[in-house]
Design a protein around this ligand. Structure first.
Ligand code: ADP
Ligand code: MG
Length: 232
């Protein structure tokens, strides 16, 4: 392979992963022997109908849940076998999450919403404030830092949420239907912003979505169906 063609090493690799949800009523096989990898610095969209397993894949990659079988290799080790403590540190420092419903704390201003995860990570007060202001500036919200979520539009709230995902400077950003609650103009802004995190900041960005605006914006798109993933 020539140097030009050589892909960056994988940031995350799922190997023979299965996930079975067991409830009192039924046993659901969400993933069965899934192997998939995402390279460092890539922006990847995972498309597919509701129920195909997108959220399950993101939750496993983010260390929010463990597989029923198989291995998930991330920079810090194997999510399947990592200790609870190591998994907590992995979630806090290596992964940033963006959700469909923005997930901001209503009683806190935008700046305070950004400062909270830095407080948990032990960042000093001055640094928390300056980092929060810098990040809000990059998404055009410097002037709105003291507003509470209800005083911001949906698109603005999601830009704050993207900033929160970035505060501890994690290498991996996971976004689950991040444009699902936005109008088309704001959906495009968020999709472009996420792609730019890979381009301009070298983040590995994985977005689960069935929004055509996301497909258009993302350089690499995978299709997921019944727990299996194929390149588009
Ligand atoms: P998607 O995000 O693509 O809609 P999910 O990963 O949420 O798909 O779900 C995949 C499958 O696993 C679906 O059949 C869903 O009903 C099931 N599932 C997901 N989470 C749970 C859970 N906590 N308990 C039981 N079944 C679940
Ligand atoms: Mg989902």
């Amino acid at each position: 392979m020539s140097a030009q063609q050589a892909a960056a090493p994988p940031t995350a690799r799922l190997e023979g992963v299965s996930k079975i949800y067991e409830t009192a009523a039924a046993k659901v096989v969400a993933l069965d022997n899934l192997t998939w990898q995402v390279s460092a610095g890539e922006a990847v969209a995972l498309m597919g109908p509701s129920g195909c397993g997108k959220t399950t894949v993101l939750n496993l990659l983010g260390g929010m849940d463990r597989p029923s079988g198989g291995d998930i290799f991330v920079a810090d080790g194997n999510v399947a076998t990592m200790s609870e403590r190591a998994l907590e540190q992995y979630r806090l420092r290596k992964v940033g999450f963006v959700f469909q419903f923005f997930n901001l704390i209503p009683s806190l201003s935008a700046i305070e919403n950004l400062e909270l995860p830095m407080l948990i990570a032990g960042v000093a007060a001055d640094e928390r404030r300056s980092r929060a202001e810098r990040l809000l500036e990059t998404v055009g919200l410097r002037e709105k830092g003291f507003k509470r979520p209800e005083e911001l539009s949906g698109g603005e709230q999601q830009r704050v949420a993207v900033c929160i995902a970035l505060v501890n400077d994690p290498p991996i950003i996971l976004a689950d239907e991040p444009t699902g609650n936005l109008d088309s103009a704001n959906g495009k802004i968020i999709a472009d912003l996420l792609v730019d995190l890979a381009k301009a900041r070298g983040k590995t960005v994985i977005v689960a979505s069935h929004d055509p605006r996301v497909v258009e914006a993302f350089p690499r798109v995978y299709h997921m169906r019944d727990g299996a993933i194929a390149a588009v």
